[in-house]
Ligand binder design. Structure first.
Ligand SMILES: *Cc1c(COP(=O)(O)O)cnc(C)c1O
Length: 493
């Protein structure tokens, strides 16, 4: 494919460069009151020159925002199999619900008797999450998955401290999500890593060999970053409890198991959800999320407060548990995300949540089977909501790397999968189709992945040069992060 000129409108002109001094979006009404002198009112502090603001017609403003949206890739543009991120389609009715004035227009300082509906919704969501977790007490405060991990681990520390038991270490399997060891370090614990066994689960002997009364907990990402459900999960939680340690379940990817199996029933004491993944909130780019945490009753007293509760007279109020670790966020968490999650859960019901998990797992296994002929599959067993391929063979035989495959996918209009993660797989591609994609989309993506494997064989340089059809080509990715320049000044015109 030859290089194609990028459309003029997408060449990165900023809004200051379109429009003209005469252009207007709105005409203010003719002044019918005496003109006031602003500088007097501001005690002589008014600016002396007019601010440089863009002046554009409404049509240009509309195009400006539409072009910005087009330059980005989102779930509403196309298939987005970014493993571990659950970039599934978010029903628009959730957006409608969270924008209802009774939710969007409330203020956290309002007296509780004026926001009964919001608190009732929070109680309803806590009940639903407790049910899915098999763990009775829930906080909705944490603002993201990693924040939920920190909150959960702080509760674990408070629990041990209350028992006069100062423990030092937290065990992390090498197939854990990267935020798990980061959380451990942030909480002031030491990380002890345990390796995976041949089948991709936690190596039980290795786990037993590092267990003693210095261990505060183990954090298990399940399904793990290979997309696998740990087959020894009950033996793992038993082993922990036998030395007085607690079991933490990273439930960011509950769309693989909800309605089928409950962390509480598997022996876990604490878990976090990613409401912005599993329960459908648009996410990415650091937008608002929710890392709700559920705990066993023995840990309920340590949860952050305030927590929404139903009072004896049937009204709704907030309550802070006696031995609470305190607040982990201002006010009551990201309430807009809570409303979306509640709307999603109520729309699907218990049976619908279970069906969502079934679809997520079926789609991933379908794709894994179809793609393993052209790519390496390090763990050839039934996967959960995602699976990990390796581009090892393409690299060895044709000098094509996983990065090249990912860039080539952009030309075909797909967001690439997560690449080079997990670290335990060489040239990794972590693919998560999610439950919201139809079979036709899965089939088209499979076809494109097979075609790219052929291209790698027949014309490796085609892949080395990709992408050809995007607003920008290959970026200096480290530079784009480290030397990000988002300030525009008039001199640049
Ligand atoms: C996404 C994810 C996290 C972190 O969630 P954030 O909301 O990005 O902080 C943690 N664990 C797993 C398994 C995840 O997939």
């Amino acid at each position: 494919m030859s290089e194609r000129p990028v459309r003029e409108a997408l060449t990165g002109r900023v809004i200051f460069e379109i429009g003209s001094p005469d252009a207007r979006c709105v005409e203010p009404p003719v002044l019918d009151v005496p003109m006031a002198d602003v500088s007097t009112a501001l005690g002589g502090q008014a600016r002396s020159s007019t601010p440089l603001l863009p002046q554009v017609a409404e049509v240009d403003l509309a195009r400006h925002y539409a072009h910005l949206a087009e330059a980005n890739f989102g779930v509403d543009n196309g298939f987005y199999p970014l493993g571990s991120c659950t970039m599934k389609y978010n029903p628009k009715i959730n957006e409608w619900a969270c924008r209802l004035p009774g939710f969007a227009g409330t203020h956290p300082y309002q007296p509780t008797e004026t926001v009964q509906g919001v608190i009732e919704l929070m109680v309803g969501l806590q009940d639903a999450l407790a049910e899915v977790a098999g763990l009775p007490a829930v906080t909705l405060q944490p603002a993201a998955g990693a924040h939920g991990e920190l909150t959960g681990l702080m509760c674990i520390r408070a629990y041990h401290t209350a028992n006069g038991d100062a423990r030092k270490r937290v065990i992390i399997p090498d197939s854990a999500h990267g935020t798990n060891p980061a959380t451990v370090a942030m909480c002031g614990y030491e990380v002890t890593t345990v390796p995976s066994d041949e089948s991709g689960g936690v190596d039980l002997d290795a786990l037993r060999s590092v267990l003693d009364t210095d261990v505060a907990a183990l954090m298990l990402t399940n399904p793990n970053t290979l997309g696998l459900f740990d087959e020894n999960i009950l033996a793992i939680t038993d082993a922990l409890h036998s030395v007085g340690a607690l079991a933490y379940y990273d439930g960011a990817n509950m769309n693989a198991v909800m309605g089928k199996a409950r962390p509480g029933d598997m022996g876990f004491d604490v878990m976090h959800y990613n409401l912005h993944k599993t329960f459908s909130t648009p996410h990415g780019g650091g937008g608002p999320g929710s890392g709700a945490v559920a705990v066993r009753d023995t840990l309920a007293a340590f949860l952050p407060g305030p927590i929404a509760v139903r009072a004896e007279d049937g009204s709704f109020e907030f309550h802070t548990p006696e031995q609470s670790i305190g607040r982990v966020r201002s006010f009551h968490g990201n309430v807009g995300v809570l409303v979306r999650a509640y709307a999603y859960i109520r729309a699907l019901g218990g049976a619908g949540l279970e069906e969502a998990s079934e679809q997520a797992v079926l789609s991933a296994n379908y794709m894994q089977e179809k793609l393993k002929v052209a790519y390496d599959l390090p763990q050839d067993r039934t996967c959960m909501h995602e699976f990990v391929l390796s581009g090892k063979r393409l690299r060895k035989e044709y000098g094509v790397r996983t990065l090249d495959v990912a860039k080539r996918l952009l030309d075909y209009g797909y967001h690439p999968p997560t690449i080079y993660f997990p670290l335990i797989v060489e040239e990794a591609m972590m693919i998560e189709p999610t439950e919201t994609e139809g079979k036709a989309t899965l089939d088209r993506f499979i076809e494109v992945m097979l075609r790219i494997a052929e291209e790698a064989k027949n014309d490796p340089d085609l892949l080395h040069g990709a992408p050809y059809d995007t607003p920008v080509r290959r970026l200096d990715e480290a530079g784009a992060v480290k030397n990000l320049d988002v300030v525009w000044s008039p001199e640049e015109v």
